[in-house]
Design a protein around this ligand. Structure first.
Ligand code: GLP
Length: 239
C-alpha cells in the first residue's frame, strides 16, 4: 500500500484529480469506479475545471458508482445519482455512467445485474474510495466476514448519523443501500482512497496498521497490489 501524506485537504483533492487524469490520459476508455460523500467533491471540481480548460476528454470513459440508497430515485436530491449529476456528470463529457438502481423492483436481481455489467466492461481500471469513520468502504459496514459481490445492506446507526447532515433529519436517511461488495472493490486494477481530517484518523490507522479484520472493512486494502492512500496530515495523526 502506498501512503502519500499531504499537508492539506486541498492538496489531497488535487493529487486525486491528478491520478484520475493520468489514468484517463494513458487509457481514454478507462472504467472509473466513483464514490460519493464529501471527500471526493473537491477532486470532482478539479476534473470539471480541467475538462473545461480542454485538458481532459472523458468521451470514451465509463463510470460505475459504488453504492446507492434504497428507496431514493434518480430525481431525489439525496440520491447518489443526483449527487453525481450535480457534482460531476453535468460538467464533463463522460461516455456513460452507471449506479445501482435503488428503486429496482427486484433488488437481488439488480445487484447481480450491476456486478455482471461491471464485469462485462472488464471491471474498474481505477476505483476511487472515501472512508467512513468506522472504516467502512462504500456501504460495507463492519462485519464478521468480508463481503463478495454487490448486495443489499442495512446501514449502521453511526453511518446514518454521519450522513444525516445531507438530510432534513436522521429519520429521513434511508436505512438500507445497495453497495458494491468488498470483492467487487478489490477486483479493481487500481484503488485510490482519500481521507482528510481528524475524524478519519482512527479509520486510517486501522487501514494501515494492524490486522486484516472485517470489523475494519478498509483493512482488506492491504492485500490489494495497487492501492494508494492520499491523506492529509490530520488523517495521518495516529500513524
Ligand atoms: C458514505 C459513502 C462512502 C463514503 C463515506 C464517507 O457512507 N457510502 O462511500 O466514503 O460516506 O463520507 P465522507 O466523505 O462524507 O466523510
Amino acid at each position: 500500500m502506498n501512503v502519500y501524506i499531504l499537508s492539506s485537504a486541498e492538496q489531497v483533492a488535487k493529487n486525486c484529480a491528478m491520478l484520475i487524469s493520468s489514468q484517463l490520459i494513458s487509457k481514454p476508455d478507462s472504467v472509473f469506479g466513483l464514490a460519493t460523500g464529501s471527500s471526493p467533491v473537491r477532486c470532482y471540481e478539479y476534473l470539471a475545471q480541467w475538462y473545461k480548460e480542454g485538458l481532459l476528454d472523458f468521451s470514451r470513459a465509463t463510470s460505475f458508482n459504488l453504492d446507492e440508497y434504497i428507496g431514493l430515485d434518480a430525481q431525489h436530491e439525496q440520491s447518489y445519482r443526483y449527487f453525481m449529476q450535480e457534482k460531476l456528470f453535468k460538467f464533463i463529457n463522460l461516455k456513460q455512467s452507471f449506479l445501482p438502481n435503488g428503486v429496482a423492483e427486484n433488488l437481488e436481481e439488480e445487484c447481480k445485474r450491476y456486478d455482471d455489467l461491471l464485469a462485462s466492461y472488464g471491471g474498474a481500471d481505477l476505483q476511487l474510495l472515501g472512508i467512513g469513520r468506522n472504516a467502512h468502504i462504500a456501504f460495507n459496514e463492519p462485519s464478521d466476514v468480508f463481503s463478495a459481490g454487490t448486495r443489499v445492506v442495512d446501514l449502521t446507526q453511526s453511518t446514518i448519523n454521519a450522513n444525516k447532515r445531507f438530510f432534513e433529519s436522521a429519520d429521513m436517511v434511508p436505512k438500507k443501500a445497495i453497495t458494491m461488495g468488498i470483492g467487487t472493490i478489490m477486483s479493481a486494477k487500481k484503488i485510490v482512497l482519500i481521507a482528510t481530517g481528524l475524524d478519519k484518523a482512527e479509520a486510517i490507522k486501522k487501514t494501515i496498521d494492524g490486522d486484516i479484520d472485517p470489523k475494519f472493512p478498509s483493512s482488506i486494502l492491504k492485500l490489494h497490489k495497487d492501492t494508494t492512500l492520499l491523506i492529509d496530515r490530520e488523517a495521518a495523526t495516529l500513524l
